[in-house]
Ligand binder design. Structure first.
Ligand code: SF4
Length: 345
């Protein structure tokens, strides 16, 4: 059985014609799935009962639910724990910004990339999310918060390029003019740095923003924080990012999680500036959120500012990400771990 919410309009049309239905029915079903987040075929009341029965017999319409919401008292962000149809849990975050509301969603249950600062990878990868499940994360946040989402960040649990086909399908569906109609430019895909995936994405004709998790300016340091760096040297990853920029015209964002005493010194800032010299780059400095069981501390505010200053002085656009949801288990994977380990949050 196919998952109906993951079908493109043309695929849905083909399926319905094969069921003996008129092609225009597909647009009607697509809208129910992609604009109104129908959770069952019975909700599709403008379809005949006979068609609804046919759909039930042919397709899955799985639905996820919000298991838990934590609302920040300080900045309006909300952290979500979603329960997927098979009981697996993933996280999402809603962030209100002055330029619009953003949602950060997960693309896999767990992750196999093993980044040292990340709680999502502690149990490894359980499974990929389907495109439909990613869409549901967005819809569920909109339903629960009552807010319209204008930006999506693929930066929750999972490495998006390790679930390439489903992620690209999700992007095409959520940007479909007959569906949720979001602009691809308002989607950011964050990767730990898989060059083949970056080069493939560059050819998709999707102007999404690519964000590379850099976190160190040399291979040796990067390998300590991100095992993926043992497979792909920085030179290869950065060259793929350059190609991405050339093909899409989209400036690449370089994410740098700043850890006190690890990578927050002026020497590292100089090295980072040298590494990105001459690129159309934007650096996002992310003060790391301490993770239970991991030995990382937030950098001093002064060290962070000094780091940013060095980059800006070298002509590199750099911003310090406002740390959101610090009072609600802000770091990736923490809410889920607490929920599982302690049965509550
Ligand atoms: S930071 Fe991202 S890529 Fe790295 S382990 Fe965590 S979820 Fe995976």
């Amino acid at each position: 059985m196919k998952e109906i919410r993951a079908l493109y309009p043309a695929e849905l049309k083909e399926e319905l014609v094969q069921l003996g239905e008129k092609p225009y029915r597909a647009a009607q079903v697509f809208r129910w799935l992609q604009q109104r987040n129908a959770k069952s075929f019975d909700e599709m009341t403008d379809l005949s009962l006979a068609l609804r029965e046919k759909l039930k017999a042919q397709f899955f319409l799985k639905s996820a639910a919000v298991e838990k919401v934590l609302k920040s008292a300080v900045d309006g962000s909300r952290k979500y724990l979603f329960r997927l149809h098979d009981g697996e849990l993933v996280e999402g975050v809603f962030m209100p910004y002055h330029h619009g509301n953003s949602v950060c969603i997960s693309t896999q249950v767990g992750c196999r990339m093993g980044c040292a600062f990340c709680a999502s990878t502690i149990g490894g990868l359980a499974r990929n999310l389907s495109a439909a499940e990613m869409l549901e994360e967005v819809f569920l946040v909109e339903e629960e918060s009552g807010e319209r989402i204008s930006n999506i960040v693929l930066m929750g649990s999972g490495e998006p390029l390790d679930n390439y086909d489903n992620v690209v399908r999700f992007i095409r569906l959520v940007t479909d003019p007959e569906g949720r109609d979001l602009s691809a430019r308002s989607i950011t895909l964050s990767t730990s740095g898989l060059p083949e995936g970056i080069l493939r994405l560059a050819e998709e004709g999707l102007p999404v923003t690519l964000a590379l998790s850099l976190h160190a300016s040399d291979d040796e340091r990067r390998k300590k924080l991100m095992p993926v760096a043992r497979r792909y040297p920085l030179s290869e990853v950065l060259s793929a990012c350059d190609t991405y920029f050339k093909k899409t015209g989209r400036r690449v964002s370089y994410e740098y999680a700043v850890v006190r005493g690890e990578n927050d010194g002026s020497a590292q800032a100089e090295a980072l500036a040298a590494l990105l010299h001459g690129k159309q780059a934007h650096v996002n400095l992310i003060p790391v959120n301490p993770v239970k069981g991991r030995n990382f501390e937030k950098p001093e505010a002064a060290a962070l500012l000094a780091f940013q200053k060095i980059l800006v002085k070298s002509g590199i656009n750099a911003t310090i990400r406002r740390s959101m949801g610090a009072d609600i288990e802000g770091a990736c994977g923490q809410l889920k771990r607490h929920y599982i380990e302690e049965g509550t949050v």
